[in-house]
Design a protein around this ligand. Structure first.
Ligand code: G1P
Length: 301
């Protein structure tokens, strides 16, 4: 079973930093963003490979996941074994690449990995968000199993004035994660989806539950994507193909707390994610607070 990470974007929001380096390789502390997403993708049982949908403009992405024996030997020779091991780890991850060279939309990006996925269900993890405890996809797989291996997506409540930024679902709450009493829009509630709409106007949104960026989908979606026309923003939308999938298959949504995950999609969110991860990591916490000391004091005075 595969997981797809669409990562062909040009990182416009991070220019000029992304002029000659992929935004997915921006560090969160000492690891690039994409490695957190790859490691999260490999967490659910049965996932044996990650397919990154890249663009040929970012060859450094493949280089990061390739072995560099000379560099590793140099680190070992200078006694930096732990660093050599850290560098080596990325090359041991089961990552492969396909290419999307035109920005035709998320649905098109996902379809670029159709051959790699084959006729098995697969995950999609949007690459500018990662979940440190890696449990979101694991829980989605549990919901899928409970419902005959149906497709499951993660959703979360969003204020009415923000629905037009996201994919929004229609449906009703039909239960919860095993061992959890959640109902309605509470974390852990499970909805049966009856419709999906990409970036609706607030008055047309069928609910306030937005698609967070974690999907476990039936392979039938790939055939639908092959014929999917352009939708919102003139792009081939994954949401529109999922709406068509509902004609033949059931689909469920798991309500999650989006703050379980870290956003790296904008410079401000990326900076906040670095701060959050530094505070949660024993290796960095005290040095980080010390570095920040005076700056924070100034703000509090
Ligand atoms: C994409 C999806 C949308 C989803 C969002 C989550 O939109 O099309 O349904 O809610 O990701 O981040 P994009 O952010 O690419 O416009």
């Amino acid at each position: 079973m595969k997981a797809i990470i669409p990562a062909a974007g040009l990182g416009t929001r991070f220019l000029p930093a992304t002029k000659c380096s992929a935004k997915e390789l921006l560090p969160v502390l000492d690891k690039p963003v994409i490695q957190y997403v790859v490691e999260e993708a490999l967490e659910p049982e049965g996932v044996d490979g990650v397919v990154i949908v890249n663009s040929h403009a970012k060859p450094e992405m493949e280089r990061y996941f390739s072995v560099d024996e000379g560099f590793e030997a140099m680190l070992h020779d200078s006694g930096k074994d732990a660093l050599a091991d850290a560098v080596h780890t990325a090359s041991t991850l089961p990552v492969s690449f396909v290419y999307q060279d035109e920005p035709l939309g998320l649905g098109h990006a996902v379809h670029c990995a159709a051959e790699e996925v084959g006729d098995e269900p697969f995950f999609i993890l949007l690459g500018d968000y990662f979940v440190p405890d890696r449990q979101m996809c694991v829980n989605m797989a549990r919901v899928s199993k409970e419902h005959g291996n149906a497709s499951v997506i993660a959703v979360a409540p969003v204020p009415a004035d923000q629905v037009s930024r996201y994919g929004i679902i229609a449906g009703e709450c039909v239960g919860s994660l095993p061992g959890c009493e959640a109902t309605g829009e509470e974390e852990g509630a499970v909805w049966k989806i009856s419709g999906l709409v990409e970036k609706p106007a607030p008055e047309e949104a069928p609910s306030h539950l937005f698609i967070v960026g974690r999907y476990l989908l039936s392979p039938a979606i790939m055939d639908l994507l092959a014929t999917q026309g352009a939708g919102a923003g003139g792009e081939i939308q994954l949401t529109d193909a999922m709406e068509r999938l509902l004609e033949t298959e059931e689909m469920y949504a798991l309500v999650v707390d989006p703050n379980e995950g870290c956003d790296t999609g904008t410079p401000a969110a990326w900076a906040a994610t670095n701060a959050r991860m530094a505070l949660a990591d024993d290796r960095f916490r005290s040095a980080f607070l010390e570095e920040l000391g005076d700056a924070i004091k100034g703000l509090l005075d």
